[in-house]
Design a binder for this molecule. Sequence first.
Ligand code: PMT
Length: 421
Amino acid sequence: MAPGSTQTLLGRKIVLGVSGSIAAYKAVGLLRLLMREGADVSVVMTEAATRFVGPLTFEVLSRRPVATDLFAARQEMLHLTLPEWADAVVIAPATANQIAKYALGLADDLLSALVLNTSCPLILAPAMDGNMWDHPAVTAHREALRQRGVTVLEPEEGPLASGRVGKGRLPDDTVILSAIEQRLFPRLDWRGQRLLVSAGPTQEAIDPVRFISNRSSGKMGYALAQAARERGAEVTLVSGPTALTVPPGIHYVPVCTAEEMDKALTAHFAWSTVLIMAAAVADFRPAQASSTKLKKRKEALNKLDLEPTPDILERLSLRRTSQTLVGFAAETEAVLPQAKDKLVRKGLDLIVGNNVLAEGSGFGSDTNEAVLVDREGGVTELGLLPKRVLADRILDVISTLPCAIKRSAAAKKPPAAGNKN
Ligand code: PMT
């Protein structure tokens, strides 16, 4: 067994489709990861993909011939036989063009014809320029595919081949692997749980056009909501303003201020079995928001009176019946002692400390580096991980907390107030 591998895909047959994006070279790393996990991988490339990476690279590493042409070996009819052979079909990178073809049912090359014949789990890992990802046509195509049960992963944000910065980078290998695992072996270990999760920033008005806020993008909280939903939980997501798409099957409650977040969470708290506070709630707000736009006069800008916002987590902790309470600690130094202090002060079962100054960690990034501390003093250090992968690790740890196990019986009871989903 390769070092670090848990052979989760041992004996599984995977078709890896590679389409024509500069990210095609990253599919080589993905192939190696799938092979390390024990999968038998057959690679299919579009003609455009072969311009970025030679088929020989994939052929040598997969130890299988690479198919590129719908007409090359007509008698083999690979567009029919490969999807029948496969346990899962993964397209990485999936270009806007390929995604459009799958959405419309076009089949003018081997890969799109193969996808049209696929009845096993289909996972698309898109890569394209940010403007293309945001285009209404691409948005409509990916939503149509999701409606049909296709897993379409969200691309990562960061520097793109165009030189711009945006959302369009191929998701990390580990995110693709975990999506494949979730489709092949759906874990429903959170079934029966009702997760209340907060995400994003709050906005505290100074006047009708200005507000105090912070750098939270909501990615950490949304990743937790999505992971729990996929693992069978009912999920209510209370979110401050973000640019994110709400994952399917989630009861979404949009809020703006700390006060609104407090009200929404308090209203759903009795329903929940687990609360995770990933939101970056403003600690202070203007004592008096002006009802008209403040003028640019010197005296108006000199001073802003602030008052503390309610500590939502601390308040809910006092109202808890059987809920498991999980908080986050956003720190810039001494993460572990400060996280431990917040765990005790706020009466939590678990706290996720993250250093928001560390490279690739904290606000806005697709990755996060976290240390988990439970009330029994157990410490779990997790290295830098994609937030979607970290979300699963956090859920794993919550499931093993002694308090969560004790309370899981209560979790099976029907809710007092119904979820809208
Ligand atoms: O949204 P992303 O861009 O993905 O970034 C993720 C994140 C950095 C926001 C997230 O990982 C994180 O650390 N969230 C908590 C941010 C925070 O407010 O931390 P804190 O240490 O200030 O607060 C401690 C805990 O108390 C948090 O769970 C917070 O939600 C809660 N809190 C804070 C203030 C307040 N008035 N009420 C609260 O309930």
